[in-house]
Design a protein. Structure first.
Length: 244
């Protein structure tokens, strides 16, 4: 096969993560195309090189003058996984100010903030996320996915109704199911069903390489990776991390 026709993303999809990183560096050196580096971020997540994810995301934020919420989201997720929860929340809050958001106007960032609020039991943060979601859902853009995720977090629709909004087109369906299962996991955690939460996260990461494009996939993987052996220690763990 002609190696020039192999893309960084195809290497990520094939789980060739080290190769993907190398090719991304080569392509960026030649072309300066930043989406190539975002594909490298996905590879670094899979390799559990979280400090490298943070460093590369910060580089993307600098190069693109902080215009893309995606870079703040990635840096936040990596910080969350390594235990710096305050920094993660700060980055996700900063993501709200970016020019480029998701197709619904920024619902995906609010999903992360709502998640953080439930996980760390910060009701003020949850209330702020709820207010912002309500505001975003008033826009015509909210008819686009991931708009339904916001309606689900606000209890406007059931999980069954949420799934009905998921596309039937292959690839897109897997991506959206990953996101839908993640918000479902959040609502389960909100009821303090910790075992049910982790079970749902396993569903979130079960949709294959197409879902590698979704930030929720990596956050779910990180949550599963860091699952405390004793579920009762969950809240104490995150309270300690917030004081870092």
């Amino acid at each position: 096969m002609d190696n020039s026709k192999i893309t960084v993303w195809s290497l990520v999809q094939n789980n060739d993560f080290e190769e993907a990183c190398q090719k991304a560096d080569e392509e960026y050196a030649e072309e300066g195309f930043t989406p190539t580096l975002r594909n490298k971020v996905y590879a670094l997540f899979h390799l559990k090189r979280y400090l490298d994810v943070i460093q590369l995301s910060e580089k993307l934020i600098e190069v693109e003058k902080g215009e893309s919420s995606s870079d703040f989201q990635s840096a936040g997720i990596a910080n969350w996984i390594i235990g710096d929860l305050s920094k993660a929340i700060e980055l996700w809050e900063n993501a709200q100010n970016c020019m480029y958001q998701d197709a619904a106007g920024g619902i995906d960032t609010q999903v992360l903030l709502y998640f953080a609020a439930i996980k760390t039991k910060q009701d003020k943060l949850r209330q702020t996320a709820v207010r912002t979601i309500k505001k975003l859902l008033k826009s015509k853009r909210s008819i686009n996915y991931p708009g339904p995720l916001g309606h689900y977090l606000l209890n406007d629709i059931t999980e069954e109704q949420l799934i009905s909004y998921v596309a039937n087109v292959p690839i897109l369906r897997e991506r959206q199911l990953c996101q839908a299962q993640f918000v479902s996991a959040i609502k389960i955690l909100e009821t303090e069903d910790v075992d049910g939460y982790y079970k749902k996260l396993k569903e979130c990461v079960s949709y294959g390489p197409s879902s590698y494009l979704e930030h929720e996939y990596y956050l779910a993987k990180g949550e599963l990776e860091n699952r405390p052996r004793n579920s009762n220690s969950l809240v104490q763990f995150f309270k300690r991390a917030l004081r870092k």
